[in-house]
Design a protein around this ligand. Structure first.
Ligand SMILES: Cc1cc2nc3c(=O)[nH]c(=O)nc-3n(C[C@H](O)[C@H](O)[C@H](O)COP(=O)(O)OP(=O)(O)OC[C@H]3O[C@@H](n4cnc5c(N)ncnc54)[C@H](O)[C@@H]3O)c2cc1C
Length: 245
């Protein structure tokens, strides 16, 4: 069993939230260890729009000025609503700071500013048990290692294992995503007016080949207001606390 006195804080998940939490702690002179189950840091998706509050956070992490140089400023844009063959354009203007960044640039900037050894990839946390005598959490990893930590911060995303442990209700999945017939029906409805061959392809395809890739999840605002996001020294943050898909 590994117990490092330096690693009192373990962060589960090396996404944007896990890395920014580790960096915020580092800027305050506090060490932490980030455990990420993937083989390498994943900048999933090409880009991310960072709004004013995000730039404020990046400023406090001392990353804003370097990231601004590679980010694309957005001054105005338009939403396009498609209704059959008709496209309705809804223009908008941006008064505050809106910039589009490559996700991987953001992840790498955070990772590169952390002390060597802070991030451990290929470290899948399978379970966490609290020892009421030592007051340490025991984290079992998929490679058989057991780590001990005083504080565990769950930045493990929308299906957070740690969120479940602290008693957060599971987010409600959309009914559509569970039933491929409903996926097909909703797709056909939203594609009304598309060329006939595209419609036929959806209509005739194997049901098990249809997936709703953005699995909609919803946590009622009241749950967010009433729930505690901490149980003892187990805490959650980021999408684990509130998904922003
Ligand atoms: C399509 C889409 C577009 C978006 N666009 C924007 C945008 O423009 N602007 C914006 O601000 N936000 C945007 N968001 C939201 C934003 O991407 C998320 O809020 C953010 O990435 C969440 O980061 P996170 O670190 O909390 O979670 P994640 O990115 O989900 O990271 C969780 C990490 O934990 C790891 N993990 C999970 N379980 C374990 C375990 N047991 N052991 C070890 N590791 C584990 C995972 O491998 C993962 O790397 C978008 C989201 C989506 C889906």
């Amino acid at each position: 069993m590994e117990r490092s006195e330096d690693t009192k804080i373990v962060i589960v998940g090396g996404g944007i939230c896990g890395l920014s939490t580790a960096l915020a702690l580092h800027r305050k002179g506090i060490r932490s260890l980030v455990l990420e189950k993937s083989e390498k840091l994943r900048g999933e998706g090409a880009a991310i729009i960072v709004q004013t509050n995000g730039w404020r956070a990046l400023h406090h992490l001392a990353l804003a000025s370097s990231l601004r140089s590679t980010a694309l400023r957005i001054h105005r844009g338009k939403f396009i609503a498609l209704n059959g063959n008709e496209a309705k354009e809804i223009p908008f203007r941006v008064c505050e700071e809106f910039r589009c960044l490559k996700r991987i640039d953001l992840m790498e900037a955070m990772a590169n500013n952390l002390p060597v050894g802070t991030i451990r990839t290929a470290s899948h946390v399978l379970s966490i048990q609290f020892d009421s005598v030592t007051k340490y959490h025991h984290l079992l990893l998929s490679n058989g290692t057991v780590l001990q930590a005083k504080v565990v911060i769950g930045c493990d995303g929308v299906n957070s294992m740690i969120g479940k442990m602290i008693g957060l209700k599971e987010t409600q999945h959309s009914m559509i995503s569970k039933d491929s017939k409903l996926v097909r029906q909703s797709l056909m409805e939203s594609m009304e007016g598309f060329p006939q061959d595209a419609m036929e392809m959806i209509e005739n395809c194997e049901l098990n080949s249809l997936h709703l890739t953005t699995d909609l999840k919803y946590r009622p605002p009241l749950d967010l207001l009433l729930h505690k996001f901490r149980k003892g020294t187990l805490i959650i943050a980021g999408d684990a606390m509130h998904a922003t898909g």
